[in-house]
Design a protein around this ligand. Sequence first.
Ligand code: ADP
Length: 615
Amino acid sequence: MAVNDKELLDALLDNIPDSIYFKDLKSKFLRTSKELVKRLGLDNEKEVIGKTDFDFFTEEHASQAFKDEQEIIKTGKPIINIEEKETYKGKEDRWVLTTKMPLYNKEGKVVGTFGISRDITDKKKIEQQLVEEKIKAEELAKKAMEAGRLKSEFLANMSHEIRTPMNAILGFAEILKDQLADPQYIKYVDIILSSGKTLLDLINDILDISKIEAGKMELQYRAVKPQELFMDIAKIFSEKIQTKGLEFFTEIDEKLPKAILVDEVRLRQILFNLVGNAIKFTSKGYIELKVKGIYYPDRSKIDLIFSVKDTGIGIPEEDKKEIFNYFQQSRHIDVKKYGGTGLGLAITKKLVNLMNGEIEVDSTVGKGSTFKVILKNVAVSSIESTYSQEEIIKGRVRFKNQKILVTDDIESNRLLLNKILSVYNLRILEAVNGKEAITIAQRNKPDLILMDLRMPEMDGYTAIKILKSDENLNKIPIIVLTASAMKDDEAEVKKINCDGYIRKPVRRAELINELKKFLAYEEEAIPILSQSSKLIEKTGEQSYEKASTQLKNAIFSEQLLKQLREEILPSLTKAKKELIINDIEETASKIKSIGNQYNYPEILNWGDKLLKYCL
Ligand code: ADP
């Protein structure tokens, strides 16, 4: 049976679950679907016909719809599939997906509009919820990250705070040990020293972890001679390995480049951990260190592969992954026997990853383990080495373990002298003023005294007078350190009954030359600085002084940075927070003294300026 068009249209309008409407040129309803009538809260289509959106919707919604429809009538352009919010008078808002078309008559003239809209409120609600959940999740993630960062920062600060007194504990325990004669007491101090060292190692590990976790571990890339570095590691461990009755094999690729760009300190740390573990967990057999380089085609880069193999206790399959996690040790080892904290490998792995590398382990219980590290994309350095720290720091002079008493009220000065001197095989005692210098000299009979002049409690002038008039002590050579910034009157300094004097900033060569006048020493056959000889070649012999100063500044600047970071920054932060004028003055003086030591006018000025503000 045929169905006419009207029946078809009625069937559509009566049954479709969407709103359908036809409107005239004035946007008055001509016909609507049942669903639309229902949505408007009415029962009969008749209640809608002749009315407009303004009768049912809010002014805001109705006028926008009216505008859209008039635009369609004017331009003939439809609106297709747009999401629209319908705001009803006194009813909950709904979301719809709407299409609006121009309504043409048979002559092709626009006589109104018609449209269809589907209710998508539920879908919209879910979407909205999802967006809200996502925002919440993002906020939570942010908070978690922030908490993690704060925790790492807290750990870093705490470790730093603990390290500072630990340095004092260890330093003074060492001095104390020098002063003791009773073997029992010496044993006690040794326990303090070794426990302190263990604690310090642990704190350093925690500091490393928190730095890595907080994303603050920055690698310091520098040209390093790989052959030398690995040989050096081998040298350091060979004695320990032999003492344990193990054999030690090394196989270092002879074709390694002359220099590569790596963070030497961290690379050493990785090797120390791996070789240290190999020794610890092996009681018979051998340890093998293998190093290989695979060049990239243009030879500007290599993959550096090294492995540490041992014939020790091995690691069970189920622990191979775990041991790279923090505080994880193999469940099969006797922790009491081997000790350790389970941090070494976790740090090693993080460091290797930071260096764009990977670490893997191959092991069989009872047979041994091989830890293999692959550092990818390591840059081959064109220069041999910016400088080899070993060569410069060790120098060629080796004293005979004599005791030097460093007297200076400023801690950073003592620290610096200590650092400079200890690598020349000298033992350092420290005093913070003249009075303490005399006490320590009486007790410890140092082989030489380095004496600052301006100090609180008892200055250097008085202390020297007392020391030189004491027949037990007057043979000890005294070298005066004069600070140029203090403008000590040269004539006055010369009147002092001392054995030598050095102007600050103390230059290493000058200091060592001065010490050589009074202390027995031997010249070591360490080759002359490769870089300095190059500089000398380049600049001619007259410029030797200039060249070596340049080199020294290069090393000093590293120490300088360390001092600024470790000594100045914390006291500045504290001073800034607490605004205690004495603390600020003290910090300013410290800054000045560092400026003096390193001969850096900018730092000196900075300290000066800060001091002026305190007045
Ligand atoms: P620690 O040695 O302080 O416990 P590490 O993170 O360096 O911490 O090592 C974690 C664990 O991995 C060790 O406790 C040990 O169980 C296992 N391990 C590491 N190196 C070796 C090795 N060479 N041989 C056997 N076991 C090892």
